[in-house]
Design a protein around this ligand. Structure first.
Ligand SMILES: [Zn+2]
Length: 189
């Protein structure tokens, strides 16, 4: 692991205590990735990214999850990855503030549920709240292996992955790539 102290002030506290780490991770069935972490020794500021060394083509990973064991399947979502649970009507697109993460299917469902709970709190109508609560219950069933569902992870830069022998992997078509957001600021004229 390489650690570098940057001669750049922290964007949050302004102190020159930014530490940059690059770590190699060798993931079974998947290959080599680099995890980069930028963290401040003076405050809580931290940001991570995961770069896949070997894959660069636009890729879709798809897995049918139908057991509690499937919850432990490893998921790497880079800042450009789009998460989809088509059976549940859920799509989580990257935003410019998206962070990459290495987690598992359960961790992904927890993140989706957190976002959903915020949406329920902010919902305008009772029927929206009810719809949100039903979806939260369904997510809970998936988490317990009681509701089978399809989980898709698309990445136009091939930097995201689902790591499992059950997974189906294919290249995205040009049209599919065009429909994806990439989590970057796009300046329009
Ligand atoms: Zn700081």
């Amino acid at each position: 692991m390489a650690v570098t102290i940057l001669d750049t002030p922290c964007p949050v506290c302004g102190e020159k205590k930014l530490e940059y780490r690059v770590e190699r991770l060798d993931i079974p069935h998947f290959g080599e990735t680099l995890q980069t972490t930028l963290m401040c020794q003076g405050c809580d500021y931290k940001t991570t990214d995961t770069l896949i060394v070997s894959q660069k083509e636009p890729t879709r990973y798809e897995i049918f999850v139908d057991s509690e064991d499937d919850m432990m399947v490893r998921v790497i979502r880079s800042t450009s990855g789009t998460i989809k649970f088509p059976d549940l009507g859920i799509t989580v697109e990257p935003t410019p503030l998206s962070e990459s993460f290495i987690s598992n299917v359960e961790g992904v469902l927890n993140r989706v549920k957190d976002v959903l709970m915020q949406a329920i709190d902010g919902a305008d109508t009772e029927s929206q709240k009810l719809l949100g609560k039903r979806l939260a219950e369904t997510i809970e069933l998936v988490r317990n292996g009681k509701q089978p569902t399809t989980f898709i992870l698309d990445d136009p830069f091939g930097n995201s992955a689902i790591v499992s022998e059950k997974v189906k992997k294919r290249l995205l078509t040009e049209e599919e790539v065009r429909e994806l957001k990439i989590g970057m600021f796009v300046l329009e004229k």
